[in-house]
Design a protein around this ligand. Structure first.
Ligand SMILES: Nc1ncnc2c1ncn2[C@@H]1O[C@H](COP(=O)(O)OP(=O)(O)O)[C@@H](O)[C@H]1O
Length: 289
C-alpha cells in the first residue's frame, strides 16, 4: 500500500495545482500535468515494490464503451475478494453530488469526452484512500487508465499484474450501449438489447441475450445521459484515439491479455475463467455458497 500512498501524495499535488489554476477539467490534446508533479514523478526513487505473490491482485480492465468491462470486473472482484473500482462510477457519483465540479463534469461527460487526467486521479486517489481505511487490498480497475499519461502515472506508483482487454465488434458495442439501463433504486445494471448478428467476412456471428431486470426494477429503469447514439459514437472515436495507445503500452510490458467475447455472459464468463486459470476458484466458491 506504500506505493498507493505515493499516488495519494501525487493527488494532493494535483489538487493543489488545480486550485492554483494549473489544471484543466477537460482532457485537452497536449494537456500536461503540473510541472511539479511531473518532476516529482521523475525525481523520486521508485517505491519499494512487494512481489505480487504476497498481496491481492492488481488488475486492469480495458475495452471500448459497452464491451462489458463493468460486468466482468465486478464478477471477478467478487470471486477474488478485491474491490472493483470503476472511474466512470466515481465520475457519476461526483456528478450526482452537485459538488463544485459537477456542472463542468456534466458538460464533458455528456459530450462523450474524457475528463482531465488530474481530476480522474484525484477521484481515484480519494477512493483508494477510503478503501485503504477500510482495510481493502488489491483492486480491479475499470475505466482507468484511459490515456497513456494515466498508465504512466499508475506505473510509477504500483505494479499492475495483468491487463485484460475485452473485445467486441463495433456495431454490437453501439447496440449494447443503447440498450443499457440502470435501476434508479437499487443501482443494478441491465441491458435490454437482444444481439443477433450473423457472421460475415470471416468474422464470427454473435448472439447475446438481453440482461433483463427483475419485475420490481422495471418501472425504475433509467438510461445514462451519455448513452445516446451520437455520444456513444464520439466515445468510441475517443477510445480509438486516446485509449488504444494504452493497449500498446501494456502489450509492450507483456501484461496484456486479449479476450474476444464469444457471446453473452453464459458463454463468455466460463471462457474468461478458463483463460485466467480461475475455474477451480469458481467451483470452490460455488461449493462454499
Ligand atoms: N480514466 C478516465 N479518464 C478520463 N475520463 C474518464 C475516465 N474514466 C471515466 N471517465 C469519464 O466518465 C465517463 C463515463 O465512463 P465509463 O462509465 O467508464 O464509460 P464507458 O461506458 O464509456 O466505458 C467517460 O466518458 C469519461 O467522461
Amino acid at each position: 500500500m506504500a506505493a498507493l500512498h505515493r499516488l495519494l501524495r501525487s493527488s494532493a499535488a494535483v489538487a493543489a495545482a488545480a486550485r492554483r489554476g494549473l489544471c484543466t477539467v477537460e482532457s485537452e490534446p497536449g494537456a500536461r500535468f503540473p510541472a511539479g508533479l511531473a518532476r516529482r514523478a521523475a525525481a523520486e526513487p521508485p517505491p519499494a515494490r512487494r512481489g505480487s505473490e504476497d498481496r491481492s491482485v492488481q488488475w486492469v480492465f480495458l475495452g471500448c464503451p459497452g464491451v462489458g468491462k463493468g460486468t466482468y470486473a465486478s464478477r471477478l472482484s467478487q470471486l477474488l475478494g478485491v474491490p472493483h473500482i470503476a472511474t466512470g462510477d466515481l465520475v457519476r457519483e461526483e456528478l450526482a453530488s452537485s459538488g463544485p465540479l459537477s456542472r463542468q463534469l456534466a458538460e464533458i461527460v455528456n459530450q462523450g469526452k474524457l475528463v482531465s487526467d488530474e481530476i480522474i486521479i484525484n477521484l481515484l486517489s480519494k477512493r483508494l484512500e477510503q478503501g485503504e481505511a477500510k482495510g481493502e487490498s488489491g483492486f480491479i480497475l475499470d475505466g482507468f487508465p484511459r490515456t497513456v499519461r494515466q498508465a504512466e502515472i499508475l506505473d510509477g506508483v504500483t505494479d499492475i499484474d495483468l491487463v485484460i482487454n475485452l473485445k467486441l465488434r463495433e456495431d454490437v458495442l453501439v447496440e449494447k450501449c443503447l440498450g443499457r439501463r440502470i435501476c434508479s433504486q437499487c443501482g443494478g445494471n441491465f441491458n435490454l438489447a437482444s444481439i443477433d448478428v450473423k457472421g460475415e467476412n470471416g468474422q464470427p456471428g454473435i448472439n447475446m441475450a438481453p440482461l433483463l431486470p427483475p419485475a420490481h426494477c422495471m418501472s425504475k429503469l433509467i438510461t445514462r445521459a451519455d448513452d445516446t447514439e451520437e455520444v456513444v459514437k464520439e466515445r468510441l472515436r475517443i477510445y480509438d484515439e486516446k485509449s488504444q495507445p494504452v493497449e500498446e503500452f501494456y502489450r509492450g510490458q507483456g501484461k496484456l491479455l486479449e479476450f474476444d467475447l464469444p457471446g453473452g455472459i453464459p458463454e463468455s464468463w466460463p471462457k474468461l475463467l478458463q483463460v485466467l486459470n480461475l475455474e477451480d476458484h469458481d467451483h470452490k466458491q460455488l461449493a462454499a455458497a
